[in-house]
Design a protein around this ligand. Structure first.
Ligand SMILES: *[C@@H]1O[C@H](CO)[C@@H](O)[C@H](O)[C@H]1NC(C)=O
Ligand SMILES: *[C@@H]1O[C@H](CO)[C@@H](O)[C@H](O)[C@H]1NC(C)=O
Ligand SMILES: *[C@@H]1O[C@H](CO)[C@@H](O)[C@H](O)[C@H]1NC(C)=O
Ligand SMILES: *[C@@H]1O[C@H](CO)[C@@H](O)[C@H](O)[C@H]1NC(C)=O
Ligand SMILES: *[C@@H]1O[C@H](CO)[C@@H](O)[C@H](O)[C@H]1NC(C)=O
Ligand SMILES: *[C@@H]1O[C@H](CO)[C@@H](O)[C@H](O)[C@H]1NC(C)=O
Ligand SMILES: *[C@@H]1O[C@H](CO)[C@@H](O)[C@H](O)[C@H]1NC(C)=O
Ligand SMILES: *[C@@H]1O[C@H](CO)[C@@H](O)[C@H](O)[C@H]1NC(C)=O
Ligand SMILES: *[C@@H]1O[C@H](CO)[C@@H](O)[C@H](O)[C@H]1NC(C)=O
Ligand SMILES: *[C@@H]1O[C@H](CO)[C@@H](O)[C@H](O)[C@H]1NC(C)=O
Length: 835
């Protein structure tokens, strides 16, 4: 039975979630030092044990400090860690902790302070700095009340030193201390920059201090419920107008598909609750929900938004704007396009705010009028992290005064005592155990790291006479060239917003004109696009290898300044989708539609067979079929393409990618990619072309929502004509429609092996075109011949059959076609031409 329905796919998706989640959850830190300073015994908090202070004394440069206690901190916090605040170590001289680091990378440094009175020490009077060799974490610090500070720094050597420096006539203290590895994926090097708009690079060198970590629309999420022991506090106290926001919650629905956010980015209890606009009773609602945070002016901040669409019933229903202060940092955000149409998927975005003079930072969400969406907006979580200034300081104090530099160094380097050794051994075992997982994370991280591209055999060409000596920028070349950023700027009138011709998940597409007058389409990658960099590289690699009349040509690319810009030939008539519905363009005739389908099939056929290894497009849809000035079809967007099938066999690619409504259900089930997945998607396109409606239309009655399901229902009844585009009514010859419908039906076969190759599809479409032109309509053979039906049993043994080569059909590598099937179709065509 046919199983290609949207509901079915969603169901599969839900089934897959636990599988993804068990890969994504839990992180075991390579380094983990937890010290309950001043405590004579180990202290258990949640499932962690903070070691007694004497066990940590080997880490200290001057162990002979004062150990203080006072039970007045008994009820200092309600979160189960108040025991940590009851004891402290008092440092009367500069003292250094030295931690041995087994795995370089970012580490949390968490400091706990509670100012109680012990004998003649009133901790409220302490005044000190805390620093690492490269960064000042706290300067002139005087914790007046309970204070918990969280920092993270990238440790690039085998030790991490943390120095406590009391100021003149004062002292320092610490109630508890954590040094713990952070998963590499948590903070990557890049973010979008807010002011000026662009991209920010270099987060890995930043020391960060968490200043706000908020769970929108929900309660406190305590460290026990967070894989990285973070605490998320409720947003109510930050809301500027509490009455504009509502809480929503659906924690069970949160999904973490492979390749996206993991449970370590934020737990389900954060993604599963949200604040939303209180707009349900008023469809004309037009206001922002705003939160206001106190920040230290003069510093840059990393702002991380956590989103998860737990409110929509179907994709493409929720559009909203996201603001930081007065900057609209994400206009018209449609989360479903960022998460492959799968709702309730965890998704986050990072922004760097340049230093502001104000001590207030505002974050707002508000409705977007695009697509007449119902006004609504959501936010699930928010983190605001302070970045070190150019002096390497997170405090106004630029550096620790030299007069109070570390004095005694006698115990530096004595690190691994017996008890520490034991815990290190445990940690080592755990590291080995989780090595596999860490490799996986490493891959994820690497996929976001920029590696300069080397295509065309490693030579990188430069174009643009104005920018370097050499050739002029020109579309005439056969190779794609690295293009100077300045040339792209000029071609697009400096990315003039009014020249935008499209917006996709990858970024904006601009119209442009090169200095030789050639029109081009310039796709500028959004640096925060999750799939961004990998797709950028794939696209360049694929398009540099393939040249075909029915594939969109890449003219150049630009990777300067961490830009991800692709320059294509300009396709005057836009997308096939735009000509089918939505844009109100003149309706295409049946003949034009058939010719477009034939052109696209040729492009795909070339991809599948024109190269030593088959290339699977993976995102075949009407929006990726472009039309030139003569309505000739070209296949575009190779960002998701894979060469197959070996990649498949190693199961590297298990993440299901593609577009909702076009996805091959078998690919979903088995996570294995073949050319037949493209055939499935192309079958959906064929029905789309015939019916001129979106493949998923949630506004329709339940049984009509999914086009593939709906069209197959009518096709099976033999009444496809009931649902065709009204503009085509009475204009398609029944034989042509029947042939077309059968072809599409075969493409949507449940199992890949039962689907025809694109080559077969191509021939059948040619045939449907011939039938439309009426040359065959009296052929006595025609009614009894089901070309596709006869072909499919042969699909598997076509490989070594000699084939009629026919330049007209551009069979550059025709061995994908069955000689039998081909000659059979061919004979019919020959017959038709004879008349
Ligand atoms: C305290 O914790 C350390 C490791 O953190 C462990 O080696 C030691 O056995 C513990 N001591 C007690 C008394 O539980
Ligand atoms: C607190 O410190 C005193 C010595 O100053 C010691 O006798 C007592 O046992 C300590 N209490 C706790 C709970 O650590
Ligand atoms: C404990 O601290 C409180 C205030 O923080 C103080 O009033 C009390 O005297 C202290 N107790 C001791 C034994 O120092
Ligand atoms: C400790 O210092 C704080 C701040 O100066 C002061 O308010 C408090 O009274 C002092 N406590 C004692 C016991 O001296
Ligand atoms: C801390 O010490 C520094 C340097 O001696 C001084 O400038 C600052 O005012 C002190 N802060 C407090 C709160 O005592
Ligand atoms: C830490 O810094 C080093 C060198 O600057 C870099 O190679 C590494 O990727 C960074 N790690 C993280 C997690 O940022
Ligand atoms: C949202 O939840 C918080 C507690 O988590 C509560 O204080 C607040 O009143 C709720 N807001 C609404 C509008 O229900
Ligand atoms: C963790 O989350 C669960 C479910 O939301 C909740 O029942 C539990 O109380 C939470 N635990 C803590 C310590 O917050
Ligand atoms: C939302 O906030 C932004 C930034 O402050 C502002 O430009 C916009 O006009 C606000 N929208 C509404 C509806 O108030
Ligand atoms: C933070 O410190 C690092 C290392 O000292 C430095 O490279 C970086 O530029 C600093 N950040 C800023 C915003 O100045």
């Amino acid at each position: 039975m046919m199983m290609g329905g949207g509901s079915f796919k969603l169901f599969i998706c839900v089934l897959l979630v636990p599988y993804f989640a068990c890969f994504a959850s839990g992180f075991t830190p390579a380094d983990m030092y937890l010290i309950d300073c001043g405590s004579p015994t180990n202290t258990t908090v949640g499932d962690r044990v903070f070691m007694a202070d004497n066990l940590a004394s080997q880490l200290l440069s001057t162990p002979e400090n004062i150990l203080a206690n006072n039970t007045s901190a008994n009820s200092a916090t309600s979160s189960g860690d108040s025991a940590l605040y009851q004891t402290a170590r008092i440092f009367t001289a500069t003292t250094k902790y030295t931690f041995s680091i087994s795995q370089r990378g970012r580490h949390w440094i968490r400091l706990y302070f509670y100012p109680f009175v012990y004998r003649n020490y009133n901790l409220s009077l302490a005044n000190f700095s805390v620093s690492t060799p490269n960064y000042v974490l706290l300067g002139n610090f005087n914790p007046a009340g309970l204070s918990f500070k969280e920092f993270s720094v990238n440790v690039t050597s085998s030790t991490l030193e943390i120095t406590m420096t009391p100021f003149k006539n004062s002292f320092a203290y610490l109630n508890a201390l954590e040094v713990v590895s952070v998963p590499d994926i948590l903070i990557t090097d890049d973010a979008a920059s807010v002011n000026p708009p662009g991209s920010f690079q270099g987060l890995m060198r930043q020391a960060l201090e968490t200043v706000h970590r908020v769970n929108m629309g929900g309660p406190t999420v305590s460290f026990e419920n967070d894989t990285l022991w973070r605490t998320w506090i409720p947003d109510q106290s930050y809301l500027v107008q509490v009455n504009l926001a509502d809480n929503v919650s659906n924690i069970a629905s949160v999904k973490y598909p492979a390749g996206g956010a993991t449970i370590d980015i934020a737990p389900p209890s954060v993604y599963g609750t949200a604040a939303k606009m209180r707009s349900e009773n008023d469809p004309t609602s037009n206001f922002n929900v705003t939160w206001e945070f106190t920040v230290d002016p003069g510093f840059q901040y990393l702002v991380r938004f956590h989103f998860c669409d737990i409110v929509s019933k179907s994709p493409n229903q929720l559009y909203f704007n996201v603001y930081i202060n007065s900057w609209n940092v994400v206009p018209n955000l449609d989360l479903s396009t960022r998460t492959l149409g799968i709702l309730a998927t965890a998704y986050y975005m990072d922004f760097v705010m340049a230093s502001a003079d104000s001590s207030k930072l505002r974050v707002s969400i508000g409705p977007s009028p695009v697509n007449n969406a119902y006004p609504n907006a959501i936010l699930n979580g928010l983190e605001i992290m302070k970045m070190n200034n150019s002096a390497g300081s997170l405090s106004k104090v630029a550096s620790v005064p030299s007069s109070s530099r570390p004095g005694s160094k006698k115990n530096v380097g004595v690190i691994a005592g017996v008890s520490i050794g034991a815990s290190v051994a445990v940690v080592m075992a755990v590291i080995l155990f989780f090595l596999h997982r860490r490799r996986k994370m490493e891959r994820l991280r690497q996929s976001k790291t920029w590696i300069p591209l080397s295509i065309n055999g490693g030579t990188s060409h430069t174009m643009g006479s104005k920018y370097s000596n050499g050739t002029t920028v020109s579309a005439g070349s056969n190779l794609s060239y690295r293009c100077p950023f300045a040339a792209v700027q000029e071609a697009t009138n400096n990315f003039d917003e009014s020249w935008v011709i499209g917006i996709g998940g990858f970024g904006k597409v601009y119209k442009g004109v090169l200095n030789d007058g050639t029109k081009v389409a310039v796709k500028r990658g959004n640096p925060r696009s999750q799939q961004g960099l990998a797709e950028f590289r794939t696209e360049i690699e694929m398009l540099s290898q393939f040249r075909h009349r029915h594939l969109v040509s890449l003219i150049g690319y630009c990777d300067e300044k961490n830009e991800m810009i692709l320059i294509y030939e300009y396709m005057e008539n836009g997308t096939l989708k735009g000509h089918l519905y939505g844009l109100g363009l003149a309706s295409l005739s049946w003949k034009e539609r058939l010719e477009i389908c034939i052109g696209a099939a040729r492009g795909l056929h070339y991809l599948h067979t024109g190269y030593a290894k088959a290339v699977i497009h993976r995102d075949v849809k009407s929006a990726n079929i472009l039309l030139d000035e003569n309505l000739m079809a070209k296949v575009a967007d190779f960002g998701l393409s894979k060469t197959g099938p070996e990649i498949d066999q190693t199961h590297v690619s298990t993440a299901v990618k593609g577009s909702f409504g076009y996805l091959d259900p078998e690919y979903f089930r088995r996570q294995q990619l073949t050319e037949k997945s493209d055939v499935y998607s192309f079958g959906v396109v064929l029905f789309e072309v015939l019916c001129a409606r979106p493949v998923i239309d949630p506004s329709l009655p339940r049984e009509m929502v999914n086009l593939a399901e709906w069209a197959m229902k009518w096709q099976k009844k033999g009444q496809l004509e009931q649902i065709i585009d009204a503009n085509l009514a009475g204009k398609i010859r029944p034989d042509s429609l029947r042939k077309f419908g059968e072809t599409a039906e075969k493409c949507l076969a449940d199992f890949g092996v039962d689907r025809p190759s694109v080559g077969d599809v191509l021939w059948n479409l040619e045939y449907a075109l011939q039938l439309q032109e009426a040359v065959l309509h009296n052929d006595p053979d025609e009614n009894s011949t089901n070309v596709i039906g006869d072909l499919s049993p042969l699909v598997n043994d076509y490989n070594h059959v000699d084939v009629v080569s026919d330049a007209q059909f551009e069979m550059s590598s025709a061995d994908d076609l069955s000689g039998v099937s081909m000659s059979r179709v061919f004979s019919q065509l020959v017959k038709s031409e004879g008349r």
